[in-house]
Ligand binder design. Structure first.
Ligand code: TXA
Ligand code: MG
Length: 317
């Protein structure tokens, strides 16, 4: 049984309510241009602890601080010239930068997982201006609004299904435009490392970064939350499937005689990214033993889609 969640349609009344819930230390699910996030006031340690508990998120997995204005970044992190250039070009937008923390300004030991770095993102979202206008200071810590390890939500209803009874308010802004999470880059001086492929394809950075280290080539392991199985439905996931086997549901990419769901009939990779999580959820709810997924090309957003699918298919802990 899904408990009725407090859902409000995006708009001035919902934003006012969100501000009062956040100021009181509550948990608010918010639409972003990537996926729905679960926000708390970054200065409220109790709210942060409740956020970890609600998601069942391991304490070693740090959170992204979401700011409302790119100019705020320098309050919390050291900004190299490369970081500044990327912020000027891609913010507000679906890019997260992992930067050296500024000494004496640590927002929360808990949310930082003891790292010397801080992940910062300035989302493109209508609520950001409304929150600022109502005197709510950023940042907000905001992971994706799903149970840890499961599929990220791209609609308010997904949040209600997963976390309805644990969230104080869900703002319904319709389906997310991106469909996969923000791209995460770690910046050290003039060096950038791709920690998580995401809504901005790696190719888009080529004109702005002299060399982008890919995760395989990086000296350090990638983002703490990126190692284990993640983004997983209950059903097993079989990749690069050209046929549908007994007990499977088939997730197609392009014309197919046995599609149970279709990422994009015209093989449009952006449409596929927008549909990915909703369709994995839909097939998982049937329920089936396994979800077989058609091969997806690696270009553009295909990199992020394949990254999520590989994690969804990975051995479960
Ligand atoms: O699109 C997004 O980024 C969404 C929306 C809601 O903004 N948020 C999101 O947050 O995906 P989350 O917590 O689900 O994923 C954040 C990722 C995790 O893999 C985490 O380990 C990594 O970023 N991360 C956070 N802080 C980090 C840090 N200091 N160093 C390395 N990785 C970090
Ligand atoms: Mg997440």
């Amino acid at each position: 049984m899904i408990k009725a969640a407090n859902i409000m349609l995006a708009g001035p009344a919902a934003y006012t309510e969100a501000v009062s819930v956040l100021k009181a230390g509550g948990l608010v699910a918010l639409p972003t241009e990537t996926v729905y996030g679960l926000a708390v006031d970054a200065r409220n340690e109790d709210a942060i602890a409740r956020l970890y508990a609600a998601k069942g998120r391991p304490a070693h997995n740090p959170l992204i601080a979401h700011i409302f204005d790119p100019a705020e970044a320098k309050e919390w992190a050291k900004i190299s010239p490369l970081a500044q250039r990327l912020m000027d070009i891609f913010w507000p937008g679906p890019l997260t930068l992992v930067l050296p923390r500024k000494a004496g300004r640590n927002l929360s030991a808990l949310a930082g997982a003891g790292l010397p770095t801080l992940a910062l993102r300035c989302p493109e979202a209508r609520w950001a201006q409304a929150f600022t206008a109502q005197g709510l200071q950023g940042p907000l810590f905001m992971p994706s609004a799903n149970i840890s390890g499961r599929i990220s939500p791209t609609a308010a209803q997904h949040v209600a299904e997963d976390l309805g009874d644990k969230v104080d308010l869900i703002i319904d802004g319709g389906p997310c435009l991106g469909g996969v999470e923000s791209t995460v880059l770690a910046i050290e001086g003039e060096t950038a490392t791709l920690l998580r492929p995401g809504t901005i394809p790696a190719e888009a950075f080529a004109p702005h970064i002299s060399s982008l280290n890919l995760p395989e080539k990086a000296a350090k392991p990638s983002a703490p939350g990126m190692l284990a199985s993640h983004y997983a439905p209950r059903a097993k996931v079989r990749l690069n499937a050209l046929e549908k086997r007994k007990g499977e549901a088939y997730l197609a990419f392009g014309p197919s005689n046995f599609a149970d769901a279709q990422l994009s009939l015209t093989r449009d990779i952006e449409e596929a990214a927008r549909n990915l999580y909703a369709m994995l959820r839909e097939l998982d709810n049937i329920p089936v033993k396994a979800i077989a997924v058609a091969p997806i090309p690696e270009d553009g957003l295909g990199q992020a889609i394949n990254d999520r699918l590989r994690r969804a298919a990975a051995e479960r802990p």
